[in-house]
Ligand binder design. Structure first.
Ligand code: ZN
Length: 75
């Protein structure tokens, strides 16, 4: 099976944290992030997964794609 797996409400998700160098439970947070696109600053809410142990944001390709799509919506 390939593609996105959407689990509606999984209580604990575990992702590899590059800072801890181990698999850690993560919590989902929405943070305001500012990006510069063609000399304009655009702030959008970005959903991120954060390691509950060290607080590191754990990105993903899927997340990057969503951010790019959101930035395009502002054009
Ligand atoms: Zn961590």
């Amino acid at each position: 099976m390939t593609g996105d797996v959407h689990k509606p409400r999984s209580p604990v998700r575990v992702l590899f944290c590059p800072k801890c160098e181990d698999y850690r439970p993560v919590r989902h947070e929405t943070r305001q992030q500012t990006y510069t696109v063609r000399d304009r600053e655009i702030t959008i809410p970005v959903g991120v997964d954060v390691c509950v142990i060290c607080g590191e944001e754990i990105g993903s390709d899927e997340q990057d794609k969503r951010i790019i799509e959101q930035l395009h919506d502002h054009e």
